[in-house]
Design a protein around this ligand. Structure first.
Ligand code: ADP
Ligand code: MG
Length: 713
C-alpha cells in the first residue's frame, strides 16, 4: 500500500498501479488496460453489474415450468449442431446435484467454447418444457468460478481479453484486505452522512464489492452514488463561485427609456414566462458580477424576444450587444429577426452629437459580407456606432473589437466555456466581463440540467405565446396510413398552405433501408404529389443553391419542400402547415420535436405526420411520446428514460464520466441533495479550504482535464 500513515484516500489508490496485485501478470495487465483499469482506484470503481443472490438460488428438481429462475450448476456436457433451417443450436446440460437442466442457445455458436464440461455457471431464465423435459432457452449466463459466498458480484467482464468476473472479484478483495489496517478515509463531513443516513465510505466500498446481503449492497450503492454526485456538484458550484469572485462585470442600467420604448412598441403582451425570465436576466445584469445564464425554451416559446430585451439593456447604458449563432444561416436569420423587431428603433445618443437621439444600429457580420463592408462594420463596432452585432462565433475572435461589449447572447450552443469568457473580457470596457446568456431549444430535465449545467443559472421559458394552435401529430404505421398522409399534403396545398417532407440523412456507406431524399423527391413528384411544385433541399447543395430553394419556398413559389434535417433549426415559414417525416423511427426524440417545430408557426392548424412502419420497441416509445405530447420538457424526460444519461452528459462532458453508479433518472432526489450539500459546504469557503481531502479527491476522480469540462464542453 501507499507510503504514509492514516486512512487511505482515493488519491492513494489512484497512485498505485494494478500490476502490484497478486495474479496480475503481463497478460492480465493488458486486459485490465483495455478495460481502462490502470490503478487501484480504477479497480475499486469498477463496480459489479449485478449480484447473484444465492439465497434465492433454486434447486433444479424444484423448478416449475413458467418460473423465472436462477440456477447454479456445473456443465456436464455441451454440443453444437445445425438445425434444418441452418441455424446453430448449442445444447448444454448442467447439474446442481438435485437434477439436470438443459440449456439451449440459438445462433450463439461460441457458447460451446465458452461452456466446456466442468464450468461453474449461474443461469437466469424462464423454465419451459421441450419434449417432456425442462429447459431454458437463451438464458443469461454468468461464469462465476467456484464462488462460495452468499452474494456473488458479477463484474463487467471481457471474455475475449480473458478478464473474468472472478479475477476482478479476487483483485478487489485483495485491495480491500490490504487496506484493512490503515482503513479508508472518509472526506465527507460526518453531519452530512448522518443527515442523509449514509454509510461510511469504507463500508460502502466493502458493501458494493462483497455484500453479505442485498440491503447492504443497496446501502453501499446509495453512498457511492451520493459521492459521485457530490463531487460533480462541488466542482460546478466551486467554479461558479470562483468566477463570481474573480470576474467583475458591468452594472447595467436595466430600466430606462430604451426598455420602456421597446415594451411600448411590442405588438403583443409578453407571456408571463417571458416576463419572469426577462426579470431574472435584468437582476443579473444590474448586479456587479457577470451573468452566466442558460435559457431553456421550447421551439416557439419566444426566446428571440428575450434575447433582444437582454441586448437592449446593454445598449440602454451605452454598451453593445452581440448575438451569436452556431451557423451562418442561423446568424442571417437572427439578423433578419432582430432587425425586424428593432426596425426604426431610436435610442439616446450619448456622443457629442447635436441630436439627442439616433436610430439603433444592428449589423450582420458573416463571411458572406464583402471585405469592404466588413472593414466598415469592424470600424463601427470599434467606435461604438453599431449597437448590436449578429454573427457566428467569429464575433468574439481577436480581430473583432468592440467599443464596449456589454451583453452576449449565444444561441443553440452548449459550448461556451472558460476561454470564450476570457476572450470576452478583452471586448468590454476596462476589462469587465460581459454578461452571457446561452439559449437552447433542446430542453433537458431539471436534474440533468443541474448536473450538466450546474455552473450556470438556469431560466426556463415554459409557456408558449397564446393564439397558437397546437400541432396535431399523427403516426402513419401502414401503407394505407401513408396514402392518407400524401392526401393531407395535397389538401393543405389546395387550401393555399405549404408542406415539408423530411427524410433521414443519406449516409454513403449505410446499407440501411432508408429512402434517400432524392429517391423520395423523385417518387413523390412522379406519383403521390404529381402536379404540385416540389423543391429539394439537402446538405450537399451549395450555399447559393440552398438559398435559392429556401427563397422559392419562403415566397410561396414551391408547395412542398422535400428536405433532410437541414431544416431542423431556424427555418421559419408560417404558411407551412403540414410536415411529413419519412422513416421517422430513424430520428431521435429531440430531433423529431425540433423538426415538428417548423410547422405551427402561423395561426392555421398544423399537422405533423410520422411515417414509420417496422419499428423497434424503443422507436415505438419515441413516436408514441411525440404523438402524446408537444411539451419539450416532457419529451426530454422520456428521452432521458429511453437513452440514458450518457447522451446528455456527452453534450458537455467528453471523455471519462464520473457517474458510474449514479443515474440522473433513478437518483433524481440525490442530485438535488448533492447540490444542496455542495452549496452548503462551499458557502463562505468556495475553495473548500476547510475540507482539503474532499477538494483533493475532486481533482483525483474528475481529473484535471475533467474538472475543466464543466465549463468547456
Ligand atoms: P423561439 O426562438 O423560442 O423558437 P421565437 O422567438 O422565434 O421562438 O418566437 C416564435 C414566434 O412567436 C415568433 O413569431 C414571435 O414573434 C412570436 N412571439 C414571441 N413572443 C410572443 C408573445 N409574447 N406573444 C405573441 N407572440 C409572440
Ligand atoms: Mg428562435
Amino acid at each position: 500500500m501507499a507510503p504514509g500513515a492514516g486512512p487511505l484516500t482515493l488519491g492513494d489508490f489512484a497512485s498505485m498501479s494494478v500490476d502490484s496485485l497478486l495474479g496480475v501478470g503481463p497478460k492480465k495487465l493488458e486486459a485490465l488496460r483495455a478495460a481502462e483499469i490502470e490503478t487501484l482506484l480504477d479497480l475499486l470503481m469498477h463496480y459489479p453489474l449485478r449480484y447473484i443472490d444465492r439465497t434465492r438460488q433454486a434447486a433444479i428438481d424444484e423448478l416449475v415450468p413458467g418460473d423465472e429462475a436462477m440456477v447454479l450448476g456445473e456443465v456436464l456436457s455441451s454440443q453444437a449442431r445445425r438445425t434444418r433451417s441452418g441455424r446453430t443450436l448449442v445444447t448444454v446440460t448442467i447439474s446442481d446435484g438435485s437434477g439436470r437442466l438443459s440449456l439451449t442457445f440459438f445462433n450463439q455458436p461460441w457458447r460451446a467454447r465458452q461452456l466446456p464440461e466442468g464450468t461453474q455457471i449461474v443461469v437466469f431464465g424462464k423454465i419451459d418444457v421441450y419434449r417432456g423435459s425442462r429447459q431454458m432457452a437463451n438464458p443469461v449466463v454468468d461464469l462465476v468460478g467456484d464462488k462460495t459466498g452468499r452474494i456473488v458480484p458479477v463484474y463487467p467482464q471481457s471474455e475475449k481479453a480473458g478478464l473474468h468476473t472472478w479475477d476482478l472479484a479476487d483483485w478487489v478483495a485483495q485491495v480491500l484486505r490490504r487496506s484493512a489496517q490503515r482503513g479508508i478515509a472518509d472526506p465527507v463531513p460526518a453531519e452530512v452522512l448522518t443527515r442523509w443516513d449514509l454509510v461510511s465510505r469504507q463500508a460502502a466500498l466493502h458493501g458494493i464489492h462483497g455484500p453479505e446481503s442485498m440491503p447492504e449492497a443497496s446501502d453501499a450503492r446509495r453512498r457511492l452514488v451520493f459521492d459521485e454526485l457530490l463531487r460533480v456538484q462541488l466542482e460546478l458550484v466551486r467554479r461558479k463561485r470562483m468566477l463570481e469572485a474573480m470576474e467583475s462585470g458591468i452594472e447595467h442600467r436595466v430600466e430606462g427609456p430604451t426598455m420602456s420604448a421597446f415594451r411600448a412598441r411590442l405588438p403583443f403582451a409578453l407571456t408571463s414566462a417571458q416576463e419572469r425570465v426577462i426579470g431574472e436576466i435584468a437582476s443579473d445584469l444590474a448586479a456587479p458580477s457577470p451573468m452566466h445564464r442558460l435559457l431553456q425554451g421550447d421551439v416557439g416559446s419566444g426566446k428571440t424576444l428575450v434575447a433582444v430585451a437582454s441586448l437592449l439593456m446593454a445598449v440602454q447604458g451605452g454598451h453593445q450587444g452581440a448575438f451569436m449563432a452556431p451557423t451562418e444561416v442561423l446568424a442571417e436569420q437572427h439578423f433578419a429577426g432582430v432587425s425586424e423587431i428593432l426596425e426604426g428603433f431610436v435610442v439616446e445618443d450619448r456622443s457629442d452629437s447635436l441630436f439627442p437621439e439616433r436610430e439603433l444600429r444592428v449589423a450582420l457580420l458573416s463571411s458572406r459580407v464583402g471585405s469592404a463592408q466588413r472593414k466598415r462594420i469592424l470600424a463601427e463596432l470599434a467606435s461604438g456606432e453599431i449597437d448590436i452585432a449578429v454573427g457566428t462565433h467569429a464575433l468574439i475572435q481577436e480581430a473583432v473589437e468592440f467599443a464596449s461589449l456589454g451583453v452576449v447572447v449565444v444561441d443553440e450552443q452548449h459550448r461556451f466555456g472558460v476561454e470564450q469568457r476570457a476572450a470576452l473580457r478583452t471586448k468590454s470596457a476596462r476589462g469587465a466581463t460581459p454578461d452571457v446568456l446561452v439559449m437552447t431549444a433542446t430542453p433537458i430535465p431539471r436534474t440533468a440540467a443541474m448536473t450538466v449545467y450546474g455552473d450556470l443559472d438556469v431560466s426556463v421559458l415554459d409557456e408558449l405565446p397564446p393564439g397558437r394552435t397546437p400541432i396535431a401529430t399523427y403516426w402513419a404505421r401502414t401503407d394505407l396510413d401513408e396514402v392518407g398522409v400524401w392526401a393531407s399534403v395535397r389538401e393543405a396545398v389546395a387550401a393555399g398552405n405549404q408542406a415539408y417532407v423530411v427524410c433521414p440523412l443519406i449516409e454513403e456507406s449505410s446499407k440501411l433501408d432508408v429512402r434517400s431524399v432524392e429517391e423520395t423527391y423523385e417518387r413523390l413528384e412522379a406519383d403521390e404529389l404529381a402536379g404540385l411544385r416540389l423543391g429539394l433541399l439537402h446538405g450537399r447543395l451549395s450555399p447559393a443553391e440552398k438559398d435559392q430553394v429556401m427563397e422559392l419556398f419562403r415566397s410561396g413559389r414551391l408547395d412542398v419542400l422535400v428536405a433532410t434535417t437541414v431544416i431542423e433549426v431556424g427555418v421559419d415559414v408560417p404558411n407551412a402547415t403540414v410536415m411529413a417525416i419519412v422513416d421517422a423511427d430513424r430520428f431521435g426524440i429531440a430531433q423529431l420535436h425540433q423538426l415538428r417545430g417548423r410547422v405551427g408557426r402561423g395561426s392555421a392548424a398544423s399537422a405533423c405526420h410520422l411515417i414509420a412502419k417496422a419499428l423497434t420497441p424503443d422507436a415505438e416509445e419515441r413516436l408514441a411520446a411525440l404523438v402524446r405530447t408537444t411539451d419539450g420538457f416532457e419529451l426530454a424526460e422520456v428521452d432521458l428514460e429511453l437513452r440514458g444519461e450518457g447522451t446528455i452528459m456527452g453534450e458537455r462532458q467528453k471523455g471519462r464520466n464520473d457517474l458510474r453508479l449514479a443515474s440522473l433518472r433513478r437518483d433524481r432526489e440525490w442530485v438535488e441533495r448533492a447540490r444542496e450539500v455542495a452549496l452548503d459546504l462551499t458557502d463562505g469557503d468556495p475553495e473548500l479550504a476547510k475540507l482539503p481531502e474532499l477538494a483533493a479527491e475532486i481533482s483525483v476522480v474528475l481529473g484535471e482535464a475533467e474538472g475543466e469540462f464543466l465549463l468547456k464542453g
